[in-house]
Design a protein around this ligand. Structure first.
Ligand code: AMP
Ligand code: ZN
Length: 114
């Protein structure tokens, strides 16, 4: 689905600018345009997957979490703490339908998230 009008596929193709913080053969991580914490990074597979409901490959999904740990270490929040979140569909507030993992940290995060 590389020809889809998906916003995050456009980031993958370099058609829209993003502040990229990590790249691997399978994933890209970039800063959220509307950060909700001092560190707010989105980690996505290069492959278009609409939501977690559409995911079938454990490696693809697992890589998102492991890349989040790497970035958390680089950003200096691994020890203080951070949160990883995948919003799925309307009730969770998913707005971009290319699966992405939010990495949030650098401040105290409250629970439940609301
Ligand atoms: P979600 O609500 O879980 O679908 O998250 C989508 C996220 O994408 C939101 O936190 C937005 O601020 C973020 N976002 C939307 N457009 C861009 C963009 N062009 N670059 C970086 N982040 C974006
Ligand atoms: Zn996409």
């Amino acid at each position: 689905m590389s020809e889809s009008p998906c916003l995050f596929c456009s980031v993958v193709r370099g058609e829209i600018s993003a502040t990229i913080v990590a790249e691997t053969p399978e994933c890209i991580a970039f800063r959220d345009i509307n950060p909700q914490a001092p560190v707010h990074v989105l980690i996505i597979p290069r492959e278009h997957i609409g939501s977690l409901n559409d995911a079938t490959d454990a490696m693809t999904i697992g890589r998102l979490s492991l890349l989040a740990v790497e970035i958390a270490r680089k950003e200096g929040i691994a020890e203080s703490g951070y949160r990883t979140v995948i919003n799925t569909n309307a009730a969770a507030g998913q707005t971009v339908f290319h699966v992405h993992l939010h990495l949030l940290g650098g401040r105290t995060l409250h629970w439940p998230p609301g």
